[in-house]
Ligand binder design. Structure first.
Ligand code: COA
Length: 146
């Protein structure tokens, strides 16, 4: 069984399915200049298999990732986020590794992710995902991607 929490070398604490409010999520997204949508997390959370929170010593949310599964072999990693002022300190790498441990402990065989080309170094080198062919259909082409 995977641990419910762990600490990164810089003291940031990672928790599996840790407490996380919608307001904290909105603040996290705004911190790196993303478009924060109030109630997004409250809407997403019931569909999540599990998520990782990363918190600094003062308990401020500095990182997040979400995992959904098919209930069998496949887990999907989505919405990796690190607070703007905390980026490039290894937080997301640790968050993804901890999420992967929990997907493995749950019996999943494969962890999938897709990403823009600019994040190849993050996912393929830092997080050790293998490159693979994948496909994507934009189901609402009249709207900009989220
Ligand atoms: C992508 C993101 C989660 C990375 O978080 P992070 O905590 O800064 O990542 P790490 O510090 O663990 O990065 C480890 C390595 O990945 C690579 N990397 C990380 N962010 C990168 C970026 N924006 N561009 C290119 N390489 C990047 C680097 O090689 C980095 O090592 P280095 O700092 O020694 O150069 C963060 O930039 C973020 O929240 N961005 C906004 C939201 C987003 O786009 N999420 C991705 C959804 S698919």
């Amino acid at each position: 069984m995977a641990a419910q929490s762990t600490s990164l070398p810089n003291g940031v604490v990672l928790r599996w399915r840790g407490p996380l409010s919608d307001a904290e999520m909105t603040d996290l997204v705004a911190s790196y200049g993303g478009t924060a949508v109030p109630e997004w997390w409250d809407t997403i959370r019931p569909h999540s298999f599990g998520w990782v929170t990363a918190r600094a010593a003062d308990d401020v949310l500095v990182g997040f990732v979400n995992i959904v599964t098919d209930g069998g072999d496949h887990a999907f990693l989505i919405d990796t986020k690190t607070r703007g002022a905390f980026q490039r300190r290894g937080i997301a790498t640790g968050v993804v590794a901890f999420a992967a441990e929990h997907a493995r402990a749950a019996g999943c065989e494969w962890l999938h992710v897709d990403f823009d080309d600019e994040l190849r170094a993050f996912y393929l080198e830092a997080c050790a995902f293998e490159p693979t062919a994948a496909g994507l259909i934009h189901l609402r082409p009249s709207q900009a991607p989220a």
